[in-house]
Design a protein around this ligand. Structure first.
Ligand SMILES: Nc1ncnc2c1ncn2[C@@H]1O[C@H](COP(=O)(O)OP(=O)(O)OP(=O)(O)O)[C@@H](O)[C@H]1O
Ligand SMILES: [Mg+2]
Length: 250
């Protein structure tokens, strides 16, 4: 059953443009609509503007022109990056509780929330460890728990599993998908891995090298539950092929 923990967010980008000083226009008149509760995978060549797009959606960077509208207007947003960005002098628990601490949430409450999320990602036994004592996969799970502790309705992920070995990545993909099924948040997931995009998402888009236009936009109609068995399913293979062809054209 779906437990709506943080709610969901829908968003709409209308004619969004963004450039940087002395560079060409990175994002040119981008239109994109994302429904509440979608798991959207975003693919595109290196440098096409994927991270810029996520930063604008997170309001970390304003567009030069165009609009980004979300419903609700101020969604609870969490960002997960390729690097886990943990504070080395803090324990796993104190890292996972950090955003709540910054929000002024009391000690008991923020530890309870952080503990619950650490348990969700299988790290209940590691809460007193320090980041240096963790594997890369564990660090990423702390990063994920830290993001989830704020009950985001919009989760933005920028190549979160790119630096991990394949087995760890595969396991985290299954875990993330389970979390999404259970919580019903909207997820935007940037990746360079075509198979990861197809395995995880309900919809995948491919962005153009120049101007960042959407050149392919496909629903990924696979069973809601994504287990490792799906990896050899021909239906997944068909989606991968279609995304690959669009990427190759770019
Ligand atoms: N702060 C900045 N100042 C100047 N140029 C920038 C800045 N941020 C991004 N760019 C430029 O904007 C373009 C898009 O960058 P962005 O990081 O969004 O691409 P990306 O699609 O995420 O690439 P990758 O797949 O390699 O992560 C690049 O040409 C980059 O050099
Ligand atoms: Mg990037």
């Amino acid at each position: 059953m779906r437990v709506k923990i943080g709610g969901v967010t829908s968003l709409q980008l209308d004619r969004v443009r963004r450039s940087f000083p002395s560079g060409p226009t990175v994002i040119e008149d981008l239109n994109l609509k994302v429904d509440a509760g979608e798991f959207l995978a975003i693919l595109g060549p290196s440098g096409c503007g994927k991270s810029t797009l996520l930063r604008m959606i997170a309001r970390l960077l304003p567009p030069d022109s165009g609009t980004i509208t979300t419903s609700p207007q101020h969604p609870r947003t969490a960002f997960v990056f390729q690097d886990a960005h943990l504070l080395p002098w803090r324990t796993v628990l104190d890292n996972a509780a950090l955003p709540l601490e910054l929000q002024g949430v009391g000690r008991e409450q923020r530890y309870a929330a952080a503990r619950a999320e650490l348990a969700q990602v299988g790290l209940a036994d590691a809460e007193q460890r320090y980041p240096a004592q963790l594997s890369g996969g564990m660090r990423m799970r702390v990063s994920l728990a830290r993001a989830l502790a704020t009950s985001p309705s919009l989760l933005l992920m920028d190549e979160p599993f790119a630096a991990l070995d394949e087995i760890t990545r595969f396991n985290l993909e299954v875990q993330l998908r389970e979390l999404w099924c259970a919580r019903g948040m909207t997820v935007l997931f940037v990746t360079h891995s075509i198979s990861e995009a197809a395995f995880l998402s309900n919809r995948a888009i491919v962005l153009a090298r120049r101007g960042c236009a959407v050149i392919l936009d496909r629903p990924i109609d696979l069973p809601a539950e994504r287990t490792h068995a799906l990896r050899s399913d021909p239906r997944l293979g068909a989606h991968i092929q279609e995304l690959f062809a669009a990427m190759e054209e770019e």
